[in-house]
Design a protein around this ligand. Sequence first.
Ligand code: ZN
Length: 67
Amino acid sequence: MNEKDLEINCLKSTQILSDSIDGYATQQEITQLTEHLKHCNYCKIARNQFSTIFEQIKLLFENHHIG
Ligand SMILES: [Zn+2]
C-alpha cells in the first residue's frame, strides 16, 4: 500500500466515520480515516461532533430502556 491509497476526501471521511461508529468500517478505511484526520481540521471537528451526538443517543436509549 502506498501513500496515494490512503488519500480520501472529506465526504468519504465522514462516511467512514459514520460506518466506524456503527462498526461497519474496514481496517483499511479506519487507516484512511486516521491519515485524513491528521491533516484535516474540518473532519477532526466533525469527528468530535459525531462522537458527542452518538454518546447522547446512547444515553437517551439507556435512560429509556430502548433497544
Ligand atoms: Zn476532511
